[in-house]
Design a protein around this ligand. Structure first.
Ligand code: UTP
Length: 307
């Protein structure tokens, strides 16, 4: 079977309001919140680049200027570090600006993830493209995007990333009805249900923040009415595509991901992510880990305030 055209561009929507992290996100994008000392969004862009996608379009909005600044040169800072001979910090500052070819388009109003993706239409054109949510991090040791791009290039259609959760968690997510294929970790999506009650969920496989979309998604999004929360939902458009034949740009596959994922848009997971990343840092762990062990030991039977 002929291979489908390759994926070359990444779209990263970061125009959401980030209400779960208020007041921190009143003037600072949640994607700029640091995981130890690197903003979450830099990990996401590094993931795209590691998958070979150096053309990155960010869908930004109000209060997101610092994201553009982060991926741009910072001459004064660079000069100051150079003058001090602080080569390590200089390299860390330059890294984000040398990473990818960055493009930006603004989503005037946060009308939903589907609407944010539609804002990429002119830049992307008639090519398949990847979508990476700016607050969803995938561990660089557990490749996902490359596998999704491989599935798209062989089978066509669109591809979503799936993760298995406990049955009592499905009601917080978009859940997929799936059909097996010849490949162990690849399924065909037959239905998508947003936040179903546990007893109505078609599976335990939820959609996470990585997508490879056929360009036909733009036409579908253009005629997708606002759905849940009055927002234009990417999931609704994907469901329409799942019901269309592959020759018309339809069909949606799912790649089952069993690696490490960090949902930094959620406070509990954000805290866990920072601790896990700190625990793996050779420059921090030797001091941080004994402190953490002692903290846990002392507070085993209650919160610090209670003892
Ligand atoms: P979320 O559902 O996490 O929404 O969006 P949010 O507004 O960012 O955060 P909360 O729930 O209010 O705390 C998922 C992704 O879609 C982007 C967000 O930036 C995030 O990366 N998004 C969402 C947009 O770019 N535009 C939108 O209109 C909505």
């Amino acid at each position: 079977m002929a291979d489908f055209e390759p994926v070359l561009k990444a779209v990263v929507p970061v125009a959401g309001l980030g209400t779960r992290f208020l007041p921190a996100t009143k003037a600072t994008p949640k994607e700029m919140l640091p995981i130890v000392d690197k903003p979450a969004i830099q990990y996401v862009v590094e993931e795209a680049v590691n998958a070979g996608l150096v053309d990155v379009l960010m869908i930004t909005g109000r209060s997101k200027r610092s994201i553009e600044d982060h991926f741009d040169r910072a001459y004064e800072l660079e000069e100051a570090l150079r003058a001090k001979g602080d080569e390590d910090r200089l390299a860390s500052v330059c890294k984000s600006s040398d990473l990818a070819i960055m493009h930006y388009v603004r989503q005037g109003e946060p009308k939903g993830l589907g609407h944010a993706v539609l804002c990429a239409r002119q830049h992307v054109g008639d090519e398949p493209f990847a979508v990476l949510l700016g607050d969803d991090m995938i561990d660089h040791r557990d490749p996902l995007l490359t596998r999704m791009m491989d599935v798209r290039s062989r089978l066509g259609g669109s591809v979503v990333a799936l993760m298995e959760v406990d049955p009592d968690q499905v009601s917080s997510y978009g859940v997929a009805a799936i059909e097996a294929t010849d490949e162990d970790d690849v399924v065909k999506i037959t239905d998508l249900v947003e936040k179903p009650p546990q007893d109505e969920a078609p599976s335990n496989w939820i959609i996470i923040g990585r997508y490879v979309c056929d360009p036909r998604v733009f036409e579908v999004l253009d005629r997708t009415p606002p759905g849940r929360g009055g927002e234009i939902q990417l999931t609704d458009a994907l469901l329409t595509l799942a019901r269309m034949p592959v020759e018309e740009g339809g069909t949606v596959y799912g790649v089952k991901f069993r690696g490490r994922r960090y949902d930094t848009g959620n406070k509990q997971e954000y805290l866990r992510t920072v601790v896990q990343f700190a625990a793996e840092r050779p420059d921090l762990a030797p001091e941080f880990m004994p402190w953490l062990r002692e903290f846990v030991r002392k507070n085993r039977d209650g919160s610090p305030g209670e003892s």
